[in-house]
Ligand binder design. Structure first.
Ligand SMILES: [Zn+2]
Length: 71
């Protein structure tokens, strides 16, 4: 009887964030926005319309400066 292969185990060191929201500062007008960390659609600045985040198959890709996370 052979031991089970380990390749089926989930990665334990995968980077994860516990914060559901991040604060993204618009690079054009410096307005800070609270954005869902896993956006389903693109998020634009409410002031100037610059792109702030876009969906990237899970955690979003942030186009502005991520200032901090919000739990
Ligand atoms: Zn802006």
């Amino acid at each position: 009887m052979t031991p089970p292969e380990e390749e089926g185990l989930p990665p334990v060191d995968a980077p994860r964030t516990r914060a559901p929201f991040v604060v993204v500062k618009c690079k054009d007008c410096s307005k800070e926005h609270v954005v869902f960390s896993r956006p389903a659609t693109a998020v634009n600045c409410s002031i100037c319309g610059a792109p702030l985040a876009k969906p990237a198959g899970g955690r979003g890709e942030f186009l502005g400066e991520v200032v901090r996370t919000v739990a």
